[in-house]
Every structure is written in structure tokens, then in C-alpha cells.
Design a protein around this ligand. Structure first.
Ligand SMILES: [Zn+2]
Ligand SMILES: [Zn+2]
Length: 238
């Protein structure tokens, strides 16, 4: 585990790749996001190349009143409110928003709420995704991906000369036959696989607006939760 100072020194010598989840421009903290009124200028449907960004935060707690609302902590430990103003008021994400999981919000902006400190007001389902991994694990996996690269080297013991096999699940990591090398990767493999959605994108000058893909499993969960939220709301007296 490196100290913040070491990280700072490191980034001073080696600029972080734009698609590295640790890059503060592509993956900003809350205060690094554009304020909502400024983002009116950002034409998401423009055909000109433009910059893309995504907010990443750790889910601290969730509550359901009129809508799903989360307390979220950004990369620097700042806590903020994330309120679902999507069509179904967050029902699609109800089951996934567990403490310690990570929420990603494409094109997030600072929103000023009437009765609480600034936070995120989510409007589009397709710009939101919850990952069942901790933010630390995702940042760490990304750091390793960019520092070590996906070079032909055993992820467990760092050896390059022994016969190596490539992991077909994440299609990136290599491992050797030594005891412990495969299990070492197996634990990290799902995170590594998942973050490649971010790390393989052009965040600097693509013309395409990005959306998170809807997985089949997520859709079933959605159908289930869509029924769950109204009854929860009724229980709350709404
Ligand atoms: Zn090995
Ligand atoms: Zn793998």
C-alpha cells in the first residue's frame, strides 16, 4: 500500500493514462466534476470529438423514501448525496446498492439540492452502473494493469520464463503452474475483467457518448425491483 505522497511522486514522473481509473481528469472526485449549469454547454449528442468522464464512488449507505438515495464517498473521502431521479426512482438499482460496492456515474455533474449539500442527481439509468467490488479493489486493479501492463508475466510470482497460460476469463492475465499463482489471480480476475470496460475506452476524444451495457441478469433484477419499490413506498406512507 503506497502513501498518498508516494502516489503523488509517482504521478509527477509518470502521467497517468486517461483510461486509468486513478486518473483524476477522467475519473474525478466530486469537486472535480463540472457544476450542473456549466454542463449545459456540453452537448452530449454532438458529433465532434470531446472529452468523457465518469464519477466513481463508494456506497456508504442507502435509503428509500420517495426515491432511492445513497450516501457515497468519493476517491478523496468526501461524502455526498446521490439521489435517483430516474424514471423508476432507482428501483432498477435497489438490489445492487450495497454498502462497500462502487457506483459509477457517466457525465456526472455537481447538483445543488434545495435542502441538502451538493451531490449527484441521477437522471439516466444507462449512465449509472453499480459494481459489486470495492472502489479500492477497482483502483488497485487499474493501477496494476497500467503499471505492469498485461505483459506476458505470471501475475502471481512475476516470472516470465516459465511456461505461462493466459486467463481466458479476463483475457489479460498470465499465470504459471506454481501453487498459489492461479488462486492469486482467480480472486482478482472478476474485477480485472470488469474494469476493462473503462480501461479500453477512448476518454479523450471520441465522438460517441458512452452508456453502460444492460446485462441480462440486471434486467431480471430490474423486473423484480420495479415491483418492490412501490410496496416499500407504501410501507413508508407514500
Ligand atoms: Zn507464477
Ligand atoms: Zn482472469
Amino acid at each position: 500500500m503506497s502513501t498518498p505522497l508516494e502516489k503523488e511522486n509517482h504521478s509527477a514522473t509518470t502521467p497517468l493514462a486517461p483510461s486509468d481509473l486513478n486518473n483524476p481528469l477522467t475519473f474525478p472526485t466530486f469537486w472535480g466534476l463540472p457544476p450542473e449549469y456549466e454542463s449545459n454547454d456540453i452537448d452530449l449528442y454532438s458529433t465532434k470529438p470531446r472529452k468523457h468522464w465518469c464519477f466513481l464512488g463508494k456506497i456508504v449507505s442507502s435509503s428509500v423514501l420517495v426515491r432511492l438515495a445513497l450516501e457515497v464517498e468519493d476517491k478523496e473521502g468526501h461524502r455526498l448525496l446521490v439521489a435517483f431521479h430516474t424514471d423508476d426512482r432507482g428501483a432498477a438499482f435497489l438490489d445492487q446498492c450495497k454498502e462497500g460496492h462502487t457506483i459509477a456515474v457517466l457525465y456526472a455533474t455537481q447538483h445543488t439540492f434545495a435542502f441538502s449539500p451538493p451531490g449527484l442527481r441521477l437522471e439516466q439509468d444507462a449512465h449509472v452502473k453499480v459494481f459489486p467490488y470495492s472502489l479500492d479493489d477497482m483502483l488497485e486493479a487499474s493501477r496494476e494493469l497500467f503499471e505492469k501492463g498485461m505483459g506476458k508475466r505470471c501475475e502471481g510470482c512475476d516470472k516470465t520464463e516459465t511456461p505461462l497460460r493466459k486467463c481466458s476469463a479476463c483475457n489479460g492475465a498470465w499465470y504459471c503452474s506454481r501453487t498459489g499463482c492461479w488462486p492469486a489471480h482467480k480472486r482478482r480476475c472478476p474485477v480485472l475483467k470488469e474494469i476493462q470496460w473503462f480501461t479500453r475506452k477512448n476518454w479523450e476524444n471520441s465522438v460517441h457518448q458512452y452508456f453502460f451495457p444492460r446485462h441480462l441478469g440486471g434486467w431480471h433484477a430490474h423486473q423484480h425491483s420495479r415491483n418492490a419499490l412501490p410496496s416499500m413506498l407504501q410501507a413508508c406512507g407514500f
